[in-house]
Design a protein around this ligand. Structure first.
Ligand SMILES: Nc1ncnc2c1ncn2[C@@H]1O[C@H](COP(=O)(O)OP(=O)(O)OP(=O)(O)O)[C@@H](O)[C@H]1O
Length: 337
């Protein structure tokens, strides 16, 4: 059996609304009832429109965000039941995170070799000589020339900076790497190099990876399994290979239909209307206000997960039927709009 590295069980994250002022009672439902497992060596892609909770999910996975409710377990142990020092060692060393913009993620005043030594110093790994050796190893691992060891992050190209951020995330030999939009701040010309580096590292180091992006085509390419989120909810999980055509949740189907670059393109299914506010999500299925298949059933309670097959789960009362043509789906969506 494949080992589970991380498991979220019924995780909720609720924030105080930023817009409402210090004493506001408004709450943002950033993550609602998320169940997710990440197995050793697999890459899970996370897709969904802006504000659907992708970054929140990523932060819960690396122990930066504490769930308001529910549990996040790393190698079977609830990370928020651990003592702080134990948590820092388990999850701080066991997971690594790469952010969208390496310019803000790296300390601008430290040269590259110090940026990379920092986690080794904080976690007291080996002697100074061993740490310096590990820094050299990390630079080679991510394809950084020795000549940049004394450079400040600001003196590097965007691609090199992201390589430094990746090397730092790998410094403590984590078993899970979480990448949140790792290429969206980079020039198009270097994006492919960084993605190829991540794929290569995943293979070489046997890493589990969670890859968050609004770029669906990239997520599909990088991932073994894709998770679709909508307004704080995970609504579908399926193998990446077939998800574009086999999606059962209408939202996933619409999202993938709008993706350019599929081998045989699918006609875009229109997504009608705006995403509702995460402060007042609709009752029942949150997608129902934009869903062309929605009826009264959908406003009651959130549907439970159903299995299209053991690897493919979705939550919908009126899923896309296997074999339902895109033309039919477009006609239904247009009739609704
Ligand atoms: N610290 C916070 N305080 C208040 N609201 C927050 C906070 N962090 C996130 N949110 C809100 O929670 C919701 C989910 O945000 P999150 O950043 O996880 O979404 P996302 O899918 O990653 O969005 P994007 O693709 O734009 O980065 C949004 O409505 C966001 O405004």
């Amino acid at each position: 059996m494949t080992e589970t590295v991380l498991e979220l069980s019924d995780v909720h994250v609720v924030h105080r609304a930023r817009s409402g002022g210090l004493f506001s009672r408004d709450r943002v439902y950033a993550l609602t009832g998320a169940d997710l497992t990440v197995a050793a060596g697999e890459t899970v892609g996370v897709v969904g429109e802006s504000g659907c909770g992708k970054s929140t999910l990523a932060k819960v996975l690396v122990g930066v965000q504490k769930p308001t409710e529910g549990t996040a377990a790393f190698r079977g142990r609830d990370i928020w039941a651990m003592k702080p020092a134990e948590r820092r060692e388990a999850i701080g060393a066991g997971t690594g995170m790469i952010f969208q913009d390496p310019s803000t993620a790296l300390n601008r005043r430290l040269p590259v070799h110090r940026v990379l030594r920092d986690p080794l110093d904080v976690h007291h790994r080996g002697t100074v000589a061993q740490r310096n050796e590990r820094v050299r190893e990390l630079m080679a691992l991510v394809g950084l020339p020795r000549s940049v060891a004394d450079a400040l992050p600001g003196q590097l190209s965007g691609g090199q900076r992201q390589r430094v951020a990746i090397a730092r995330a790998l410094a403590l030999e984590p078993s899970l790497l979480v990448a949140d939009e790792p290429t969206s701040a980079l020039d198009v010309s270097v994006r492919a190099q960084i993605l190829n580096l991540l794929l290569d590292l995943k293979e070489r180091l046997g890493l589990a990876m969670v890859f968050v992006s609004h770029d669906i085509q990239t997520v599909r390419r990088m991932s073994d399994r894709v998770v679709t989120m909508y307004l704080g909810r995970i609504v579908e999980q399926a193998p990446a290979a077939g998800i574009a055509r086999q999606a059962r949740h209408p939202y996933t189907r619409a999202l993938f239909s709008a993706t350019p670059g599929l081998i045989s393109p699918i006609e875009p299914i229109p997504l009608v209307g705006p995403v509702p506010s995460a402060t007042r999500p609709p009752s029942g299925c949150p997608f129902r206000t934009r869903c062309w298949k929605a009826d009264d059933d959908c406003s009651g309670s959130m549907p439970e997960f159903e299995a299209a097959d053991p690897a493919h789960l979705f939550r919908c009362y009126h899923p896309v039927v296997a074999g339902e043509s895109t033309d039919d789906l477009i006609t239904q969506a247009l009739e609704r709009s």
